[in-house]
Design a protein around this ligand. Sequence first.
Ligand code: 13P
Length: 284
Amino acid sequence: MYLISTQEMLKKAQKERYAVPAFNIHNLETIQVVVQTAAEMQSPLIVAGTPGTYSYAGTSYLVEICKTAALEYRFPFAMHLDHHEDPKDIETKVKAGIRSVMIDASHHRFEENIQIVKNVVDYSHQYNASVEAELGRLGGQEDDLIVNDKDSSFTDPDAAKEYVERTNIDSLAVAIGSAHGMYKGEPKLDFERLAKINNKVEIPLVLHGASGIPEAMVRKAIELGICKVNVATELKIAFSDAMKDYFSTHPDANDPRKYMEPAKAAMKKIVQDKIRICGSAGKL
Ligand code: 13P
C-alpha cells in the first residue's frame, strides 16, 4: 500500500523542474539510511535495487523492509527495479508488490528493444507500475552489468521520439555521456543532445551514472529535462570507506551494530547532498 509507482512523483518533478533521487540500496542498513534521510528532508524518494541486490537480499525481505520503513515514516516512496533485463523476473517482482520498473533492453537492436519493452509496459501498467527503459547504451559497470566504451552509444533524439511513442514507457533513460561507476577524468555530458531529446519527448528523462558528476552539471541536466537522478557508487564508497576507517582504529571490533554506525552516517551525508543537488527537499 505504501510502495508507489514513479508516475506522479516524476510528473511533479518535471513540472516544477527538480529531480527525484534514486538511491541504490543493498540491505536493511542502507534502506534505513535513504528512507530516514528522505523523510527528514521531505524529499520524494526512489529506492533502487539491481537484480544482483534482489538476489543477494531476497525480494520479499527487501519488499517487507521497504513497506515497514514507509509505514514507520508515513512516507510513500517508490521501490524500483534497476536495470532488470528479464521480463519474467520483472513479473514476479511486480506481483510481489514493486511498482516501479526499469526494463533494460538497451543491448538489443532497436526493433527488438521496442518489442521487449512494450510487452513489459503492457504487463506492468495492469498493476499501475511505472516503466523506465533505456535507449542508447551507458558505459561503465553497475553490478554484473559491464559495458565497455566501444559498446556504449548515445541516445539519438529522433529515435527517442519514436521509441517513446511505440513503447508507451513512462520515463526514458538517456545516454548522453554519463557512465556507471566513478569517472577517470571530468565527465562530459552532451547537453545539446539532452536538450534535443527533451524537445522531442514529453515524458520525464532519467540520468544514470550520477556518481562523480559535478553539482553544476547535474543541475544543468535537471534544467534540461532530467527528472530522476540515479546514484549508487558514491554511496557504496562512503559506506565502505567509513567502515574501513573504523576497523583501522578498532581492529578488534566485531559488533555490526557498532561498526555499521559510522558507515551509515557517512552514507547519510551523501544522500543529504544528492537530495540538495536534485532540489527535491520539501517536495513531498
Ligand atoms: P552510479 O553507480 O554511477 O552512481 O550509477 C548509478 C546508476 O545509474 C544506477 O542505475
